[in-house]
Design a protein around this ligand. Structure first.
Ligand SMILES: Nc1ncnc2c1ncn2[C@@H]1O[C@H](COP(=O)(O)OP(=O)(O)O)[C@@H](O)[C@H]1O
Ligand SMILES: [Mg+2]
Length: 507
């Protein structure tokens, strides 16, 4: 019996799968069975493999052929079992050397012509193989991806024939090249391109520094989308570990490009028609959703009140734990989902509440209904609420010689503020809560009285109260100061929740 190795994913967890191929004599007609809890995609392997074999001018031997995927109690999904199964058959036919092939983890989908086409999860498969002393055989186009795992025992053929020739010694497969990370820096806009909006930019800087979730409220065309999409440019660059983590998620989702890792912080803009599954992840193969694709980056929800309420509720758990658990029939799958939430909305359906010239005749009642569509618990988890007014025309026409801060300049302050947080408490201020919040956000008597009075006047909830303390901490960190002073607290109080802000209708 031939025994080769492949893998299966459950969320980020990997289990090795034995691909066992048995040819038993005594049958006149070629028969081909795949057993071991294989799903439909795996069963279709048989058809692709039959075609690939005939493309190689080979036919299945006139024997009974059994393929067993073991352990049998794990459901096998995906098309990456094509290649290990085909390799197993070629070993059973003594075309490939089984003792050599069994030193590799094998993943890849097969085209009808015997081409090896790309498949999700090569990067984490390669990481796993490297750690567990296996080589890896993967599709040619994903050789670079496998290389990123630090692995050097990689075979990346584009066609089954190349693999056969490699082991015959007639055409040795080269070690795939590792692409340079810097090659793929795509062009994202700079914050300097946003005219005016000094207050919103300041809030964005605070959000980036402390990892705080942020909601922008203002009329259409004020530049909310423009501002949000530039948040990654003022966040610290991704660490090698973050690059690998995020890239592994993209790899599993089958969204990793040809020759590059994800080295720019993700910015995922979600449309309000997005389904719960596309946001959280799931489906037959428990794929990662948008919130995991935003891991270590930004999740942007534009037109927040237009989202389905139940869909938004999904965000609450990952916002606190940094991960998402997807329930499946037999087992749960867990993916990392540590993202920074940025949301934007118009104050009312027409967007012009508070503007006498433009607002509609239904104001402010329509605004009240509109704003009430966002759930309280979600709003509670958003630390920074910012009013973004229409751009001042004078700002739009500013001369180009007027200096505006660039993203790089702002990023320097953000990096310093982040370093302070990490060395003080080991994580960003947005996650400060409970005992740590009391320990690291120390207010003297005067500040405590000031905050208590303000809280009473504003009718702040306990959550709202803590929100102010976290923001004040980040503002002090941006000023490179241990002590929190009155102006930090006053500024923190100015980021009033939507219902009490300029566009609010409830407060
Ligand atoms: N502050 C600004 N500075 C420069 N251009 C702006 C500004 N605000 C808006 N714009 C222009 O208007 C367009 C629409 O802005 P957008 O960010 O989509 O607004 P919003 O999301 O608030 O509706 C932008 O693509 C940009 O060309
Ligand atoms: Mg917009």
């Amino acid at each position: 019996m031939i025994n080769l190795n492949s893998i299966i994913f459950n969320g980020m967890d990997i289990t090795k799968i034995d691909v066992q191929v048995q040819l038993s004599a005594g049958f006149a007609k070629p028969e081909f069975n795949i057993i071991g809890l294989a799903d439909r995609a795996v069963k279709e392997s048989a058809e692709r493999i039959r075609n690939a074999l005939s493309a190689l001018n080979l036919s299945l031997p006139s024997k009974k052929l059994t393929v067993n995927l073991s352990p049998a109690d794990i459901e096998k999904t995906g098309s990456h079992f094509d290649l290990p199964i085909l390799c197993g058959i070629l070993c059973a036919m003594e075309i490939l050397p089984a003792d050599e092939l069994s030193k590799y983890i094998i993943v890849g989908e097969i085209g009808l012509d015997g081409a090896i086409v790309n498949t999700g999860g090569v990067l984490p498969a390669s990481v796993w193989a490297n750690k567990n002393g296996f080589g890896i055989i993967c599709p040619g186009v994903q050789g670079a991806e496998a290389r990123w795992a630090g692995h050097t025992n990689i075979l990346a053929p584009n066609h089954v024939l190349e693999l056969i020739n490699h082991f015959r010694g007639t055409q040795i497969l080269p070690l795939p090249q590792m692409a340079q990370i810097t090659e793929q820096h795509e062009k994202i806009g700079d914050l300097a391109e946003v005219h005016g909006q000094a207050a919103a930019k300041r809030a964005l800087e605070i959000a980036a520094a402390g990892g705080h979730a942020m909601l922008m409220v203002g009329p259409p065309g004020a530049g909310k989308t423009m501002l949000a999409s530039r948040l990654p440019t003022i966040m610290p660059e991704m660490t090698p570990n973050e690059i690998l983590e995020t890239s592994i998620i993209y790899s599993i989702a089958g969204k990793l490009g040809d020759k590059s890792l994800i080295s720019n912080r993700p910015f995922r803009a979600i449309h309000h028609t997005a389904s719960a599954v596309s946001l959280a992840g799931g489906g037959a193969d428990a794929r990662p959703g948008e919130i995991s694709l935003a891991h270590n980056g930004v999740l942007f929800l534009d037109e927040l009140p237009e989202f389905n309420r139940a869909t938004l509720e999904i965000l609450r758990q990952p916002m606190e734990s940094g991960k998402i658990i997807i329930s499946r029939a037999k087992r749960n799958a867990t993916y990392p989902a540590h993202f920074q939430l940025i949301a934007a909305m118009n104050p009312c359906p027409c967007g012009h509440l508070g503007n006498a010239a433009l607002s509609c005749s239904r104001a402010p009642r329509c605004a009240e209904a509109y704003q009430n569509k966002i759930s309280g618990p979600l709003l509670d988890r958003i630390d920074l609420h910012v009013d973004v007014d229409a751009v001042n025309p004078w700002d739009m026409n500013k001369k180009s010689d007027t200096p505006t801060e660039t993203s790089a300049q702002i990023r320097e302050r953000v990096i310093l503020a982040r370093e302070r947080q990490i060395s003080r408490q080991g994580y960003v201020n947005a996650l400060l809560d409970g005992g740590d919040l009391d320990k690291y956000v120390v207010l003297n008597d005067e500040l405590t009285n000031f905050l208590n009075t303000a809280a009473q006047n504003m009718g702040l909830s306990a959550r709202g109260y803590n929100r102010i303390k976290r923001i004040a901490r980040t503002i002090a960190d941006l000023a490179n100061r241990d002590e929190i002073i009155m102006s930090d607290l006053a500024e923190a109080l100015s980021y009033r929740p939507i219902n009490r802000g300029k566009y609010g209708v409830r407060g």
